[in-house]
Design a protein around this ligand. Structure first.
Ligand SMILES: Cc1ncc(COP(=O)(O)O)c(C=O)c1O
Length: 373
């Protein structure tokens, strides 16, 4: 599938320049069809759905594993990035005198689980950026033999900065620390091979770059950690024998509790199939072309861009600063351009279904807005 083929599957693009994939994905026609089939099955063939749930979630797990470069039994299907991050933290034993290392751009759901007892006793270290970038050598200086974990977003949402997670994994492991990655802004946008990077945990959501719905998420747990004791247990996590013995499954399913969100599972598969059929190398290259093109266009207009120009340090998120954000946002929405603003932060997140014309429409919109002021 070419980027143009993918574009034809997203009806919103006939109307609007949708540039906010780092927030929430628009529905594709295959997603709508899958939801309609699911609803028909739920209405008229309900009994069939119950035994089928195992097959559907297994297919989803297998497709996510193919996309992220993992084994199928290392994928937990859950409901969000935050759930995955929190579960990963709960699998790591605190140690007296220990510390956890974050960068200066953490997402709250990566930090808060460490503030709950008993892990609140760990020192929390934040490595601040220099000239807008997190430097690997600064991370390395903060990590020591008392570090139990290093936790960063693969791509940071308010800067669009991309970490070299393979290098971070090497540094963390040299000190006996584990590496937790929040992949909400990278899975489905970047060509990721988690086995090659050798990280320990990777949490993400279906609703952004994976082109799925909210309410479905995934946690990758490296095989070497699958024996860890889950904080909770349900019927899906166990070999169901008797009530005298708790026998947890050897796979990542041991971290799941009950019936998953079947409608969400149905809605998630089509987006992942689209990405697999397109090829993640094509998706990444297309996205980097668009983000580079957009950064140039914004900078030409004197706009401060926080995201690095170097393609190895960015992904699909472009973060910029615009003082007139409060008035620009409704103007762009009114001319059919969807971006994101939070105070003076301006975000543009192009995906495989966008093209340079979408970016041109955004840039022309900014020009038009400014000339009308
Ligand atoms: C880096 C990052 N992590 C986590 C989240 C939240 O994801 P979820 O709602 O799946 O927990 C976001 C949402 O924008 C994000 O950008």
């Amino acid at each position: 599938m070419t980027p143009a083929d993918v574009r034809s599957l997203f009806p919103i693009l006939n109307e609007r320049a949708y540039l906010f994939s780092g927030g929430i994905a628009p529905a594709s026609t295959p997603m709508r069809t899958a939801l309609e089939h699911h609803l028909a099955a739920l209405t008229y063939n309900t009994g069939d759905l119950y035994p089928r749930f195992m097959d559907e979630t297994r297919t989803l797990r297998e497709r996510v594993a193919a996309l992220l470069g993992t084994a199928e039994d290392e994928i937990v299907v859950n409901d969000s990035t935050s759930t995955g991050s929190s579960l990963a933290v709960s699998l790591i034993a605190p140690k007296p005198g220990g510390n956890v290392v974050f960068d200066g751009f953490p997402y709250p759901s990566s930090v808060y689980p460490w503030m709950l007892p008993p892990r609140d006793m760990l020192e929390r270290r934040f490595v601040q950026p220099r000239a807008g970038l997190i430097h690997l050598e600064d991370m390395e200086r903060a990590i020591d033999d008392n570090t139990v974990a290093v936790s960063v977003s693969h791509v940071t949402p308010a800067q669009g900065f991309r970490h070299d997670i393979a290098a971070l994994a090497r540094i963390a492991h040299d000190h006996g620390a584990l590496l937790l990655i929040d992949g909400a802004q990278s899975a489905g946008g970047l060509n990721i091979d988690l086995h090659a990077t050798d990280i320990d945990f990777f949490a993400t959501t279906a609703m952004k770059w994976l082109l799925g719905p909210a309410g479905v998420g995934f946690l990758y747990v490296a095989k070497r950690h699958l024996e860890r004791q889950p904080p909770t247990a349900g019927w899906v996590s166990t070999v169901q024998t008797d009530m005298e013995q708790l026998r947890l499954l050897p796979s990542a399913e041991r971290f799941q509790l009950g019936m998953p969100n079947l409608m969400g599972v149905a809605a998630t598969l089509p987006g992942i199939e689209i990405l697999l059929e397109t090829g993640m190398d094509t998706v990444e290259a297309h996205m980097l072309d668009l983000t580079g093109y957009c950064i140039d266009g914004l900078q030409k207009r004197g706009i401060t861009v926080r995201t690095p120009r170097n393609p190895t340090q960015r992904a699909g998120v472009i973060a910029a600063e615009i003082e007139e954000a409060g008035a620009l946002q409704p103007f762009l929405t009114s001319i059919g351009v969807d971006t994101y603003f939070l105070r003076n932060l301006f975000r543009v997140d192009p995906h495989i279904f966008n093209n340079r014309e979408d970016i041109d429409r955004l840039l022309a919109g900014i020009d038009e807005f400014r000339s009308s002021q």
